[in-house]
Ligand binder design. Structure first.
Ligand SMILES: [Zn+2]
Ligand SMILES: [Zn+2]
Length: 203
């Protein structure tokens, strides 16, 4: 399973980025993602259908804010398409105490991260891959800062941060244990953890 996810992410990382956003650009991006995924993992998106234009745009904006659609295949598809489109940061929401952390470049939320050589934690934007320094103590999704609600466990060379308040997990690679950051592999593993959470499968 993790091999397929990794192949999908590796293939998707080769797609060119476009400027936008507009419905046409979004539709092109969705089509490119579908073709690329179909190449390496036929049937991977077969369960997903696109909603009408209005709903599609609404879902896209919500997803950018961190509200992920329930249908996981559709959510994946839309997310990967949005990754191909450049957005300007929404300065209404910035990083800081009590606020969910957002990418300084595009305003997106983080999906994975890494610990650098000094053990400092960085998060990577789920849309444009920009790394940004993580709050020392705080859930990037709900802003929780109480230490007893924030735990992590180690699965070398990864570390999984879990927020007990909102239930979100964030996977980071410890570069002190594995020096080369491999984003497709990291994202594949993160997706596997998310799946395991949903369906209780072995990772
Ligand atoms: Zn970003
Ligand atoms: Zn949280």
């Amino acid at each position: 399973m993790v091999e397929i996810l990794e192949a999908v992410h590796r293939r998707l990382s080769l797609l060119p980025r476009r400027s936008g956003p507009s419905v046409e650009v979004l539709k092109q991006a969705l089509e490119e993602v579908r073709e690329a995924v179909e190449e390496v993992a036929p049937g991977f998106l077969s369960g997903a259908t696109l909603p009408p234009r209005e709903k599609l745009l609404e879902d896209a904006h919500r997803l950018r804010q961190g509200e992920v659609p329930e249908d996981s295949a559709y959510a994946f598809w839309l997310h990967q398409a949005l990754r191909l489109i450049s957005w300007q940061a929404d300065h209404g929401k910035t990083s800081g105490e009590g606020w969910p952390e957002r990418c300084p470049e595009c305003g997106g939320f983080p999906d994975v991260g890494y610990l650098d050589a000094d053990g400092h934690r960085f998060h990577l934007c789920a849309f444009c891959d920009t790394p940004f320094r993580a709050l020392r103590l705080g859930c990037p999704y709900c802003g929780e800062t109480r230490a007893d609600q924030l735990v992590y466990y180690q699965e070398d060379p990864y570390r999984v941060y879990v927020c007990r308040s909102c239930g979100e997990r964030l996977l980071v690679q410890d570069l002190r244990l594995k020096g080369e950051l491999d984003l497709p592999a990291l994202r594949a593993r993160a997706a596997l953890y998310a799946l395991a959470e949903e369906k209780d499968v072995e990772v």
